[in-house]
Design a protein around this ligand. Sequence first.
Ligand code: CTP
Length: 426
Amino acid sequence: MATYRIGLGVSGGIAAYKAVEVMRLLQKSGCEVSVAMTKHATEFVQPLTFRALTDKHVIVDDYDPANPDPIAHINFSQQIDLLLIVPATANIIAKFANGVADDFLSSTYLASSAPVLIAPAMNTTMWENPATQRNIEQLKKDGVHFVEPVAGELACKTVGTGKLEDVENIVRQALELLDAGTGRRGDAEKGRRREAEKNPKSQIRNPKSKDLSGERMLITVGGTREAIDPVRFISNHSSGKMGFAVAEAGHARGANVTIVAGVTTAEPPAGIKLTRAFSAEEMHEAVMKELPNATVFVGAAAVADYAPANSASSKIKKDGKDSMTLELKKTPDILTDVSAHRTNGLLIVGFAAETNDVVEYARSKMKKKNLDIVVANDITQEGAGFNTDTNIATILTPSGDVELPLMSKRALADKILDEVIRRRRS
Ligand code: CTP
């Protein structure tokens, strides 16, 4: 029995053939797939391939006399639970970002209230072009989700970022997104689907009830920057994506959220109070100032454990020296200090990014820092490291470990908050 209805949009890139594999895998997972192609995509894969495998007309052109539905882009767009674009070219991304609706697929995007997941694939220079990145940022602000392309050898024989993510990961992320937004697949889904059809906005873009209203969440996000002198610093690879995802999820679920952010490369979520604090010391100070108001603290920041003992006030010169030694001093441990100042009812969530013995280290952090919940992840696993949109985590709680598969950081954020709610109610 089909569970989710996926509109699979295929645009014109060499990776279009991978859309066939995505379609097959979605079907194997019980999804009903309808396919829409751009005209250029048909240069790479015949619509007949998809038609034979879906048993449905594949729409390329609304006005094609062979199209059985006279207002196909409206009907197609309203009968799907997710619009998944594989592969997405720079051109289709630009059209979506700017509301251009000059073919079937771009009209469908505009006419649909379903969540949208885009898997781009293109030449590295096109991917890195500021115009493409600007369009992607815009779409992210519009609530669109991305399966970021990966680095590898591209069809044009260059090596760089722009390769379509693995088919399995695309499908997994699509299903995770749907699960996070509409609950588990299965019979209960039918009722939710009917509700979602009546009120499409109740789906993924505004998925959960306001079960965190009344809570005041304080979240540290991103990396810290520890000055060596006015020019150099020590920092780390944190992008802020995980912490921002938790902030966004908390906000969507009715919590009053405050972010204390260090250095981030990800775009902060709109409409949430944010204070910048770049060094561990500054972050510690900002957190302690906000802490008396908080009912939930989430330490998602990658805080430097050590900082230069004496940050030079003017630029350090080489002066012909072949080596130099930096003396480092321990920074304040924000999480430990928050825990020490725990007032009644404060729930504390920590993170443990590890490379080995992940759960054991996380458990010892939980004990040592007296935490309610620890989110542990192995940063060496593909899809779980810094600066990705996905993560693979185990959530440690007093009532047991919740081992999770690869999922988007946004979906993981909801799982973490589900545990916060469970703890609050226990
Ligand atoms: N953390 C913090 N302040 C610090 C260091 C870490 O608040 N100065 C928080 C992080 O935000 C994260 C958790 O502590 O939630 C990570 O725990 P920690 O034991 O500090 O991890 P590591 O720094 O990775 O420690 P180790 O190097 O010992 O594994």
